[in-house]
Write a protein that binds this ligand. Structure first.
Ligand code: AMP
Length: 224
């Protein structure tokens, strides 16, 4: 099962992606996570990507496209994959489509989570990361996934981890606006990539403004 998931930063794409990943037992490949792992390990890739990420800009295509196309060739991707955060622009969409066509790999589902830009921004600023597992959803602005409290301290609602942090780029309003500018750009940005796939395959569109569980139910209902 090969799936793409789209949604602006703040739409709950990571949360929903983790659920879809579990349903199909395929690797959840998140470009942002791969970059952050490389940055924390201080790899050459991480060193190259860091400045762009810190500015809220896309890492250049000549770094990102081969990184993802190589990742899809790894053994665990033989049973399928869920790509999250890629493609992020029209050029990446075209490169992915060409690579899939060349390898005769089908795209089974393209999921698009729709969300108003202002709501997405507020949600990003409320996002908190758990040190034990970045996939544990915590957000101080979303009731359903509010972090828990222990002895007056904010702790992860999933595992109780006390080491909770906010990503620096999540607290930078200008960087968020830049990232959203890229996402909502229908000419060459991420919505241009979504439209590119709309012309080629069936898209599963869901409303991201409703509570997390309703978004999940909607996605699972449409993933037949
Ligand atoms: P994310 O965790 O998806 O918000 O990604 C964090 C940052 O990583 C983004 O703001 C970009 O700087 C970079 N990034 C993630 N995915 C891509 C991509 N497909 N192409 C270029 N840069 C990316």
């Amino acid at each position: 099962m090969n799936i793409l998931i789209f949604g602006p930063n703040g739409s709950g794409k990571g949360t929903q992606g983790a659920i879809v990943q579990k349903k199909y037992g395929v690797p959840h490949i998140e470009t942002g996570v791969i970059f952050r792992q490389n940055i924390s390990k201080k790899t050459p890739l991480g060193e190259k990507a860091k400045a762009f990420i810190d500015r809220g800009e896309l890492v250049p295509d000549d770094i990102t496209i081969p990184m993802i196309l190589d990742r899809l060739k790894e053994d665990d991707c033989k049973k399928g994959w869920l790509l999250d955060g890629f493609p992020r622009n029209l050029a990446q969409a075209e490169a992915l489509w060409a690579a899939l066509e060349k390898e005769k790999i089908s795209l089974d589902y393209v999921i698009e989570i729709d969300l108003d830009r202002e709501i997405a921004k507020k949600r990003i600023m409320g996002r908190r990361l758990c040190k034990t597992d970045n996939n544990h959803p915590n957000n101080i602005h979303i009731d359903a996934i509010k972090p828990a409290e222990k002895d007056g301290k904010v702790v992860c609602r999933v595992c109780g981890c006390e080491e909770m942090s906010a990503r620096a780029d999540d607290q930078d309003a200008a960087a968020i606006d830049k990232r959203h500018g890229i996402y909502y750009d229908t000419k060459t940005g991420t919505l241009a990539a979504v439209n590119y796939f709309k012309a080629r395959t069936k898209i599963i569109a869901v409303d991201g403004s409703v509570p997390v569980k309703e978004v999940t139910d909607d996605i699972l209902k449409k993933l037949v």
